[in-house]
Write a protein that binds this ligand. Structure first.
Ligand SMILES: Cc1ncc(C[n+]2csc(CCOP(=O)(O)OP(=O)(O)O)c2C)c(N)n1
Ligand SMILES: [Mg+2]
Length: 886
């Protein structure tokens, strides 16, 4: 005989349960846990189970007995929170009433207000004399709540709130946290979902790195991240969870606002996102604390001796929870408690109003406080607090747990009155109608409390600092002599940059601040020597005898290791880079990260992280290695990069270069290092380096400044004093093809040419754009001339060849004199030799010659027959289809 839950022998079951009860009564909780562990082991030996369920019952993790007293004044905190809610709401509604299309969100902060306030009143610490501030990642579209608080604290003026989402002209507030646009306020850009969670983990990890390397002490600074439950679907959100537990990051807490909804509807309508996240985080090794039910549920659970309530909660899917949340007490009574007679009896003493008012845990200060306190006290691993809330909490019929809650941006007067009454706000009907912001009177208890709490926690948050002592860069001709005076020595620019980094690492002042980062490609780029030289960072050192212990290049892990070997995660490595690149601001210690990676897996794969890095004013080097679409020989379609420079050119504070020679590279690295570490400009550098070995010339006298500006003349076959017939521009990997083409033009066709090495089309274009604009807007001033205009005046045709798509050299096309022809690598990459690929993409020396002759024939300097002769002479298949079509 089986009963309803499959129990074939209820008597025996009861004996086991009684035995467990008796043991816990006699030996306490620990004894109970021990017995369960033993039973589980035995069950595994017997092969009954592989593992136990990785989630717990649908209730709070912290039992009432362990909750502890609340240290704050609940009444005052509730009143303050209500005011925050109002101001945040008013900010969004006003912006949309006045301008219609400015957007903004109400329902998200409405669900997160208690989470934020518990953090602000009791946990999020600002920096003080002895240690830096906690790091707090705020859910981006709850920014109005953070502004509302800053307004009450007197940090933001009413005018700024009134100009929410109106940033042009510098009056208003950013939609989301943007350090670029509010550099004294926001620290971390979180607007793109997923970037906050992965950044928080790597920031917490970098704090350990900095400490283990003896660079700065972190005390008990903590990283807090408030994220959405929908946001956890982003791959980046969960990509680094195991890193956090593996490295025992107990300085890290995620608080996930589980309002069960995202933008369109429920996060898991037919499931339970909280249970799913619990399994995920437990599996990843995190400490999980669920905060599901508010204090008024405690008596119900206490009387739920047969677990009917718990069973019903476990059986209710999120779509249903949302409907329950959107409806009143009567609905909840009939559609939830009424489903089982025992359950109905449990709430028989409650009025419908009381049932309606039953709170979810994420709206209960006491429950949240207990969870965050436990999170901060937890040792040897990170904690996630899963807080169950209601989206649009308090918005009533227009937005509470509605499918459309997320998009609700306008409320009519009746809805505002409901909101006011719901939160007991002292606002007249006129104040409501005008959406007046609510400022706390100077002598109010609330304001005093607010100030007291923040003073106790060290001051205001969020605050972004940018004071860090500059770090001197050693003289270029010391650490880069091998590159400046290469004297035709053969090497690739990848080898050269690794050597530069190796030399900078040896500098006593700068060396310790250098952070080399790889995503499992150190050997690919010839960096294996760094394993031994500086060690690979590991918080536990090296617990094994490396297989290659006897080797000069042995794989050495160390607690003070300097190299960050991130494994195959470009997103993780980039996040580490950001942590290092923002250390000047987050920790007041300037670091100089070099993240070197396959260039195709940079802007294309983690471009959004790079965009966020730009937003947070990162300073450091990104090195796109083995770059270009034809230098990477056999690698093929998904590895060969022909586009990264185009994307890099769209990022305002990214300085991107495609150098051909080791000396160009050295000059650029030196300039960048000084700009970022000595002058402390908020820029970062993207430099592509190649794996092609060739003889490296020495730095020509006087070329250094022009290398930084973006182009310089390498050679000319014209008679001195006379203009060349054509100007050839070459960049990076293709410069040598262009040099060869100049010789062919001279020898085969008696055409003179100049060859220019273009280290950066994007830098040339940036300056030219700026000059063009200044000349346009200030026509009365004497016109300026950009570097590229100075270099490329005149009318001789210009042929520009690169290993990137044609749109990259075309960035300068409108600023030059003469016809402009671009050769590049539009199309899919494919496996073959470099020579075959350059033939295929039509950017080799032969095509440079043909393009030059064609440009000259178009201007009437040569007969068209010469072009045809060249096509034939060089064996070019004129009938081949264009490379970008197949
Ligand atoms: C990468 C990315 N994709 C989409 C969005 C647009 N977006 C902003 S908020 C949001 C829903 C967020 O849901 P959730 O994380 O559950 O937060 P909630 O508002 O429910 O607290 C979406 C889709 C975004 N900001 N970033
Ligand atoms: Mg949500």
């Amino acid at each position: 005989m089986r009963n309803f839950d499959g129990d074939s022998d209820p008597g025996e079951t009861q004996e086991w349960l009684d035995a467990l009860d008796a043991s816990v009564r006699a030996g306490g909780k620990q004894r109970g846990l021990y017995l369960l562990k033993k039973l589980e082991e035995q069950a595994q030996h017997l092969g009954i189970i592989a593992h136990v369920q990785p989630y717990s019952a649908y209730r709070n993790t912290i039992p009432l007995e362990e909750q502890g007293a609340y240290p704050g004044d609940l009444d005052v905190e509730e009143r303050i929170t209500s005011i925050m809610r109002w101001n945040a709401l008013a900010m969004v509604v006003r912006a949309n009433q006045a301008y219609g299309d400015l957007g903004g969100h109400i329902a998200s902060y409405a669900s997160a207000a208690e989470i934020f306030e518990v953090g602000f009143n009791h946990f999020f610490r600002a920096g003080n004399a002895t240690q830096g501030a906690d790091l707090v990642f705020f859910q981006p579209h709850s920014a109005p709540g953070v502004y509302a608080r800053a307004f009450l604290e007197g940090r933001l003026r009413e005018e700024q709130l009134a100009n929410y989402r109106q940033e042009v002209g510098g009056r208003g507030l950013s939609s989301y946290p943007h350090p670029w646009l509010m550099p004294e306020f926001w620290q971390f850009p979180t607007g793109s979902m997923g970037i906050g969670p992965i950044s928080a983990i790597y920031q917490a990890r970098f704090m350990r790195y900095v400490e283990h390397r003896g660079i700065a002490s972190m005390g008990d600074r903590h990283v807090w991240g408030v994220f959405g439950d929908g946001e956890m679907d982003e791959p980046e959100s969960i990509a680094a969870l195991t890193l956090a537990s593996r490295e025992k990051l107990d300085n890290l807490t995620f608080i996930i606002n589980c309002n069960l909804q995202r933008l369109d509807g429920p996060v898991r309508g037919n499931g339970q996102i909280i249970q799913e996240l619990e399994s995920l985080f437990i599996g990843a090794g995190w400490n999980v604390i669920k905060v599901l039910w508010g204090s008024d549920w405690d008596p119900l659970f206490a009387r739920d001796t047969h677990h009917v309530l718990l069973r019903q909660l476990a059986a209710t899917v999120d779509g249903q929870y949302q409907t329950l949340g959107a409806n009143d007490g009567a609905y909840n009574q009939s559609h939830f408690f009424g489903l089982d007679p025992e359950l109905r009896a449990l709430v028989a003493h409650m009025t419908l109003g009381e049932i309606d008012a039953l709170k979810r845990g994420g709206h209960d200060f006491r429950k949240l406080y207990a969870a965050l306190r436990a999170a901060r006290a937890h040792r040897d691993g990170p904690t996630v607090v899963l807080a169950k809330t209601k989206k649009g909490y308090g918005m009533g019929g227009v937005g509470e747990s509605r499918m459309t809650s997320h998009q609700q941006k306008k409320l009519d007067l009746d809805a505002l009155k409901v909101f006011r009454d719901r939160f007991g706000l002292a606002l007249t009907d006129d104040a409501l109608a005008e959406m007046r912001f609510y400022a706390l009177p100077e002598n109010s208890r609330e304001l005093a409390y607010l100030r007291e709490r923040r003073a106790a926690l060290g001051g205001h948050l969020p605050v972004r600092q940018d004071a860090a002592a500059p770090v001197g860069i050693p003289p270029l001709d010391g650490y880069a002599r091998f590159a400046l005076e290469a004297a035709e020595h053969e090497m690739s620019t990848t080898t050269a940059v690794v050597r530069l980094i190796g030399n900078l690492l040896k500098d006593p002042a700068l060396g310790p601040r250098v952070v080399p980062i790889v995503a499992d490609e150190a050997r690919t780029f010839g960096m294996a020597n760094l394993f031994r030289q500086i060690g690979i960072y590991s918080p536990v050192g090296q617990l094994y005898e490396p297989e290659d212990a006897a080797s000069m290049l042995r794989y050495r892990e160390a607690k003070d290791g300097q190299l960050l070997e991130e494994g195959i995660t470009e997103a993780g490595a980039l996040s580490s880079w950001v942590a290092a690149a923002t250390a000047y601001s987050v920790h007041g210690v300037a670091m100089l990260p070099f993240y070197i990676y396959y260039s195709m897996f940079g802007f294309q794969r983690v471009g959004d992280l790079i965009w966020a890095a730009a937003d947070q004013r990162s300073r450091g080097f990104l090195l796109g290695a083995t770059a270009g679409r034809t230098t990477l020989g056999g690698e093929g379609l998904q590895h060969q990069d022909g586009s990264s420079h185009l994307v890099a050119s769209t990022i305002p504070n990214c300085r991107a270069y495609d150098p051909a020679f080791a000396y160009e590279l050295a000059v650029i690295v030196d300039h960048g290092a000084r700009q970022m570490m000595e002058r402390q400009d908020d820029v970062f550098y993207y430099i592509t380096v190649m794996n092609e070995n060739y003889p490296q010339p020495s730095l020509p006298a006087g070329a250094a400044d022009d290398i930084v500006s973006g182009m310089y003349r390498l050679q000319s076959t014209a008679v001195p004093g006379e203009a060349a017939a054509a100007r050839l521009l070459g960049s990076g990997a293709i410069l040598r093809e262009v040099v060869a083409a100049a010789a062919m033009l001279r020898d085969d066709w008696q055409v003179t040419s100049e060859v220019w090495s273009v280290t950066s089309f994007s830098e040339l274009a940036r300056e030219a754009r700026e000059v063009e604009r200044a000349n346009r807007l200030q026509p009365a001033s004497s016109p300026r001339k950009s570097h590229v205009e100075g270099c490329l005046a005149g009318t001789a045709p210009i042929i520009a060849a690169t290993d990137y798509v044609r749109a990259y050299p075309q960035l300068i096309a409108s600023y030059v004199g003469g016809r402009f022809v671009a050769l590049g690598t539009d199309g899919f990459g494919r496996s073959d030799t470099r020579a075959a690929l350059r033939g295929f993409f039509e950017n080799d020396r032969r095509h440079v010659v043909v393009a030059t002759l064609h440009a000259l024939s178009r201007q009437g300097s040569l007969p068209a027959a010469t072009v045809a002769a060249a096509v034939e002479r060089y064996g070019i298949d004129a009938a081949a289809v264009a490379p970008w079509t197949h």
